[in-house]
Design a protein around this ligand. Structure first.
Ligand code: CP
Length: 305
């Protein structure tokens, strides 16, 4: 595994190795192989969980961390991402985590950069968020042992969601029974290319579900694109305690990548009760999964100096 750009580019074995390593880090059984290597966090779009957990992951591994401030960097003077990253490599950076609003930009920059700096996609537009899918998978394995033949229902804005796309790609590799639920205007256009089932009706979608993964209603995009009010979405698709109790499996796991819109896609009451705690566990597992990603990419060394 040279880089982590999307789930499609890594093998099932790569995923299993990362999960195993993350578990070893969490249990305190694994030492860092990347002490004193340098990680740059290039977040050109806002983030709490991804940015902070990569930073803590790097610190736990004994890495040097550069919090690259794009607004005050030479990107604001028009320098390209390629030139910025090549300069960072020569300054001594071994790996970059990039978050960006443009879908596919990390694939493009990777093709242009001429030096062996490691790339991690921290979420690009509506394209991919592979470290999120890996930490979601880790959390599901902790709770259920396997995803094979488990009914996993992803609810919400699947059309704009990089989290949904990376989860579908990952869960397909492990034979999960994947269901998507969204109003027609938020459907994922290419869903026929994957082995997933589509529902408009929320009750049908979560009937017997082992996992209900709720996505954020991306209000900023919806306003631009003229979608119905979020109150209409809430009326038809909000996940609450009654809905889960009535239709989902009795041991259903509630997941959300965050940030959540309380009382829009998921009820505040559900977020704050025992069932909602898994969402915080996802964030916690993100640290160990990201330690495993960084350790895997950098353990062989990549720097000339
Ligand atoms: N899940 C996720 O990517 O959250 P942040 O935007 O806070 O990083």
């Amino acid at each position: 595994m040279e880089h982590l750009i999307d789930i499609q580019s890594i093998s099932k074995q790569n995923i299993e190795d990362i999960i195993y390593l993350a578990k070893s880090f969490k249990e305190g059984k694994q030492e860092s192989s990347v002490k004193s290597k340098t990680l740059a966090l290039m977040f050109c779009e806002n983030s709490t969980r991804t940015r902070c957990s990569f930073e803590i992951a790097g610190q736990k591994l004994g890495m040097n961390i550069i919090n690259f401030d794009d607004a005050h960097s030479s990107l604001s003077k028009g320098e390209s991402l390629k030139d910025t990253i090549e300069n960072l490599y020569f300054i001594g950076v071994n790996a970059v985590v990039i978050r960006h609003s443009l879908s596919g930009i990390i694939n493009n920059v990777l093709r242009l950069v001429n030096y062996p700096i490691k790339f991690v996609n921290g979420g690009d537009g509506t394209h991919a968020h592979p470290s999120q899918a890996l930490l979601d998978y880790y959390t599901m394995l902790e709770k259920m042992g396997t995803v094979e033949n488990k009914k996993i229902t992803i609810v919400g804005d699947v059309s704009h969601s990089r989290v949904a796309k990376s989860n579908i790609a990952l869960l397909s590799k492990f034979n999960a029974d994947i269901h998507l639920c969204a109003p027609t205007y938020l459907q994922f256009e290419n869903f026929e290319a994957f082995n997933v089932k589509y529902h408009n009706d929320i009750k049908e979608a979560i009937e017997g579900a082992n996992v209900v993964m709720v996505l954020r209603v991306q209000n900023e995009r919806h306003e631009q694109e003229g979608y119905p009010e979020s109150s209409e979405y809430k009326r038809l698709y909000e996940i609450d305690t009654d809905l889960l109790k009535k239709y989902a499996d009795k041991n259903v796991i509630l997941m959300h990548p965050g940030p959540a819109n309380r009382n829009i896609e998921v009820s505040s009451e559900l977020l704050d009760n025992r069932v909602g705690k898994t969402i915080l566990e996802q964030a916690q597992n993100g640290v160990y999964v990201r330690m495993a990603i960084l350790n895997t990419l950098l353990k062989g060394g990549n720097h000339a100096s």
